[in-house]
Design a protein around this ligand. Structure first.
Ligand SMILES: [Fe+2]
Length: 287
């Protein structure tokens, strides 16, 4: 029988104990997968994974998706480097967003492993998009269930925008491939999805990549999007994860947002991220 224990956290996610991720048997895997399907965000402590272990772990949950914009590990292209050096000021992911919503088939999620941590700070906040949806009135829920939204990466990873608008040298090889952002066609997703793993309804717009509602102008969309973003980051829907050596977060992009704090200036922070392929998203109105 599996020793996996699942402790639901305040706000979002669950902490998993009783398992070594390098040594999961079939029952452990079923228990971890079940917790992931339900909570969309899992934290593990005191794990010991080298790069190969990290890749093998990710492959147990799906096919690896190599991110086109992040620098990758020199020996393991499957691993994206989420790095900030002591003399750099910009951090990656330092605003609320969910990864890959600009893709037509957004990535399922990522497994992030802490490699080098600052002495203080560098926490990551996560918000539950199930909780965000549940907090809305039935009338607004119904309205949103009939809407799609347009998502793009051009304003974040494209030429002369987003990261590139800031100090060029500070990116220092961390972000690249701006041409491919320019070539992406905008993605259209339901504003409320039927989550492919849990079957629950989740809000699926985010401040990082959502441009506007389909058929609405950006100006018309702004007030409602801002309202939804305000609901999404209410403290009751958020958890703050403090990284320690051996910490791992495994999040579902379709169920959560995240925000990497940039409060450790002068220190190095190196994280290894592996992203797992997802699927096209169905509206909540479909069962
Ligand atoms: Fe991210």
């Amino acid at each position: 029988m599996s020793n996996v224990r699942v402790k639901k956290l305040e706000g979002a996610g669950a902490e998993i104990t009783g398992v070594a991720l390098t040594d999961m048997d079939a029952e452990d895997l079923t228990a971890v997968q079940g917790a992931f399907n339900e909570h969309g965000l899992l934290f593990f402590r005191n794990q010991s994974l080298n790069e190969r272990d990290h890749i093998a772990l990710a492959e147990r949950f799906g096919r690896i998706n190599v991110n086109r914009f992040f620098a990758s590990h020199p020996d393991h292209p499957e691993i994206a480097l989420v790095a900030k050096e002591p003399d750099q000021t910009i951090n990656i992911g330092g605003a609320w967003h969910t990864d890959h919503s600009y893709d037509h088939e957004p990535a399922l999620g990522s497994i992030l492993v802490a490699r080098e941590l600052p002495p203080v700070g560098g926490d990551t906040a996560f918000a539950s998009m199930y909780a965000a949806y549940d907090a809305l009135s039935p009338g607004l829920q119904k309205t949103l269930e009939n809407l799609n939204a347009i998502h793009s990466a051009k304003h974040v990873f494209g030429k002369s925008k987003g990261y590139y608008e800031q100090q060029d040298k500070d990116l220092n090889g961390r972000i690249g491939n701006a041409d491919s952002a320019e070539q992406l066609t905008d993605a259209v997703h339901p504003v409320v999805i039927r989550h492919p793993l849990s079957g629950k309804k989740a809000l699926y717009v985010n401040p990082g990549f959502t441009l506007h509602f389909q058929g609405w102008s950006a100006e018309e969309s702004r007030p409602l999007l801002d309202y939804l973003y305000g609901v999404a980051i209410r403290e009751a829907h958020v958890c703050h994860f403090h990284w320690e050596p051996g910490s791992i977060a495994f999040w579902d992009n379709r169920a959560t947002w995240h925000f990497a704090s940039n409060d450790y200036q002068g220190h190095r922070r190196i994280m290894h991220r592996i992203t797992i392929d997802g699927c096209a998203l169905s509206p909540a109105t479909e069962r």
